[in-house]
Write a protein that binds this ligand. Sequence first.
Ligand code: HEM
Length: 427
Amino acid sequence: QADAPACPFDERATAFDPYTDAYMANPSELVRWSREEQPVFYSPRLGYWVLTRYESIKAVFRDPHTYSPSIALESTEPPTEEALAILKSYGYALNRTLVNEDEPMHMARRRALMAPFTPEHLRQHEPMVRRLVSEAIDGFIDAGEADLFRRLTWHVPFSVALHFLGIDDDEDHEKMHEFAIAHTKNAFGRATPEERIEVAHTVGKFWQLSGEILEKMRRTPEGPGWMRYSIRQQKHHPEVVTDSYLHSMMMAIIVAAHESTSFAAANAIRLLLEHRSVWDEICEDPSLISPAIEECLRHDGPIASWRRRTTRDVVIEGVPIPAGARLLLVVHSANHDARQFSDPDLFDIRRSNVIDQLSFGFGVHQCLGKNIARMEMQIMIGELTRRLPHMQLVPQEFDYVHNLAFRGPQNLHVRWNPAHNPERRDP
Ligand code: HEM
């Protein structure tokens, strides 16, 4: 039995439940006890071994042979027969992409497809990101209040993702939002049997839509975007860029290319506004925005945890773990490990080793889109500090989609006095 518990008697391990507001709000706090006393524990509730310290999590990321990423997008709970039948009726067959592909196929594929992520290519997208951010802010700047999640941090990364991938921006954004949430619940969440039925239908429709978009692109392969680039690369590397890969990636990347960026930006804006003196400082000196973003990604990053599976027996932090075991790497906890980051709960935009943060993962699978995400955050926060330096966070409850991986609020209400907008005072 690969996943048999080694420490079944620790009640804190037994009680560990990541599908809660407390986990979403602050995963590192919920596993503080583990980080300090028992850095590897078995969660019988999840069937996962949970890792909470920086060094061991980084070591796992560093070794994709011993720690396979194959379960990165797997449903955290096995689907019910009924949900499986529904998914099947839509022809659902999500398989390997990049993030869940093993070596040596993963590196062959990553090499074949990575050119559009290089800094030279990314620079071409900057005017588009600036335009989208300006238009979004124009839409609410005179209103005196806005839900920044809805109006900016969800909407902009979503449009940027479509543009980067080469998908026409005429898809129904609300519907796609619903699809993204269903995909997150399906891969990383826990649902009641009724919810699973609904999620299975939505995920099935998302899979079909992804296939339709792919087929449409195949008719115009010379057109723009990373997915058409991938279609063209299929001609040169048919064994590496397979049909199954293209369809799976189309669905997975529509979510991956925007969801974590939306949450990263929302978490960062919230954190900055909660630390008013830091917000005021970056309004005064925009050169501080870039280090502030990195510290936001460390302190309040959008990835709660990520997953790997052991391919052989291992010992981590003195705990023997068998081959075939599932590991939950609590990335947020790694980013709050005092062994790596001094005074880790302090929000310090001048932290010297902030670049060591693990929100983008580490090693061969490290996020390919990290510089697009950073550019988007830079432009969103840059424009907000320039055009709405006086905005305030509205006291509010934050809603979360409970899941293991993506963490960020579904709402971010702010308000300000439009009469004090700098562009009104100094047009
Ligand atoms: C992989 C986080 C934005 C595309 C990953 C991984 C993480 C991550 C944790 C897995 C790393 C690992 O297994 O070691 C983030 C965060 C983002 C973000 C925090 C925003 C703040 C984006 C964007 C794109 C993107 C904007 C695309 C436009 C990818 C791809 C991979 C990946 C293609 C797979 C790389 C591979 O396995 O070789 N990301 N991501 N990500 N991300 Fe991101």
